[in-house]
Design a binder for this molecule. Sequence first.
Ligand code: WTA
Length: 639
Amino acid sequence: MDTKYAIGLGNNDVLTRKRAKEDYVKFWDEQANNLHWFEKWSKTLEWNPPFAKWFVNGKINASYNALDVTSQKNGKKTAILWEGEDGKKRSLTYQELLSYVCQVANTLKSLGVKKGDRVTVYLPMIPELVVSLLACARIGAIHTVIFSGFSSQSIRDRVSDSKSKVIITADGGFRRGAIVKLKQVVDEAISGLDFVEHVLVYEHTKIPISMGKKDKKWTDLVSGASEHCEPEKLDSTHPLYILYTSGTTGKPKGVLHGTGGYLVHLYSTFQWIFDIKESDIYFCTADIGWVTGHSYVVYGPLLHGTTQVMYEGTLVYPTPARIWEIIERYKVTILYTTPTALRMFMKYGDDLPNSKNLSSLRLLGTVGEPINPEVWKWYFRVIGKEKCPIIDTWWQTETGGALISPVPGLETIPLKPGSATRELPGINVAVVDDHGIELPPEKKGYLVVKTPWPGMLLSLWNDDEKYKTVYWSKYKDVYYPGDYAIRDKDGYFWMLGRADDVLKVAGHRLGTAEIESGFVSHKSVAEAAVCGIPHEVKGESIIAFLVLKEGITPSKQLESELIQHIRKVVGPIATPDQLYVVSKLPKTRSGKIMRRLLKSVANNEKIGDISTLEDEAAVDEVRNAFSELQKAIQESKVK
Ligand code: WTA
């Protein structure tokens, strides 16, 4: 094994893994003692497959653990070093953050929000986003964050599903020098939704906004509110949040996370993965609109009293050196980012990072997509100067926290560029075939999780049946994440991407089905099929095949109208890179679109088994349309 990349942190805790192997339930029970509980649990795990209850009868509060615990010890410690895209800077101590959270919690109470009510949060990456989440957690309200790259229709779908009583938003946010008008998007999204009682608006950009009957200004209510708010003593299984994520079918699913188990998972994994120290300056570039931001910007770091950098805008704006300037300015010690961001940085060359002082860095993390070995090596060599371990963490919205990752906080093992190494202590995973039989090393199969883990989702919001079918029907009592993987002879995992129709575009998780229904909702489109093709920077890019309705002729104008339509109904993050009009889509005899085949065509791969095709001509048609258009694109040099 290549030991060149084994960067020793000096940790060699063999006991933790040993204990976890002997009895994973007892192991997690011990881990739970790291948190503050108002009342101790009576049972560590109640497992009625596929429903797990962790730390049954324990009483806990997420905001208390994230804020009060550190405030009582060292309230002056900086929690957040925030930088706006326009260069504005703010810094909040743990005590300040706690007081602010209490004010917002009291404001929510005054608006009638009660334990168990849902609150939708649609904010840019500003401290108020962290504050809003913790304010909900403090009073037992369930937060549901929507990434600010989603459109009004997407918000409407999610708000309608969660039946949120209150929406927290801002006038706007800065993105690449422009202002995204968030409040306006919310107005469109909730028009006519009577169950939404209030919209709380934080004025961040100070652009003019129209204020309707439901709208309240943040400053009007929050500044006058009390800085004390007793944390609710919540059941360990009380829902902490819903986070909508894309799956293989239809509308996004509301992944529901609980409190006690989730926090235990984050406390331990944050410690093991980042070997976190009191003096660290941690910087995770993820947006809180996604799970990485929930787990490893909000909850994980705050549970440890960590000081972190939070940045509002695009990492390469106003210049591609922005990210390296931030690291130099705040003397960041731990950087956690995505392969897409790294590929983008890499394209700008080595001179930019080399021109900044990055010597404070000691640990480098990556998440969200498979990382190409050459990108891994670049990160190791150019950013980490061959002295920082690369921590590739594999997990999902549903898993709550990392399941496969190196754990420098516990042990030093040789790293292999492109592998997330091994499962974390207390996690039992395997690579299996279609029948659930464990495969020998080096064989590609499906990753599964064999036993419950504390961060696992409780269920899907209001949809236990879907929860059972999506994750627990492929294999009995075993969790199916939907990823391909190989385990090598050394027991290292190589994650090979999704085995289903979920896309990862620039690290953003999108479902082909939601983009397809977006297209079909346009008056000119009869049928749509969407798939992902490899992209140099984004990992994957979206390609769409459309069948138009009778009598509609394709044109450049229609094409741009359709792209605008997708941006409007799903969001800018779902913009296809390529769009092809065809007269027919390849389908199985039962009428299902053969997406795998489209993907093969789009990737210029050999077409495999086409025996299930209704009409072989359709394949040629798609192939012809594709090569014709590809030619046209090359000739016109239009992207
Ligand atoms: C993929 C993001 C390879 C995987 C935290 C998973 C990864 C999906 C990695 C979940 C990694 C995440 N290596 N692939 N280190 N991390 N993935 O819900 O396909 O946005 O199923 O959670 O991202 O995406 P999600």
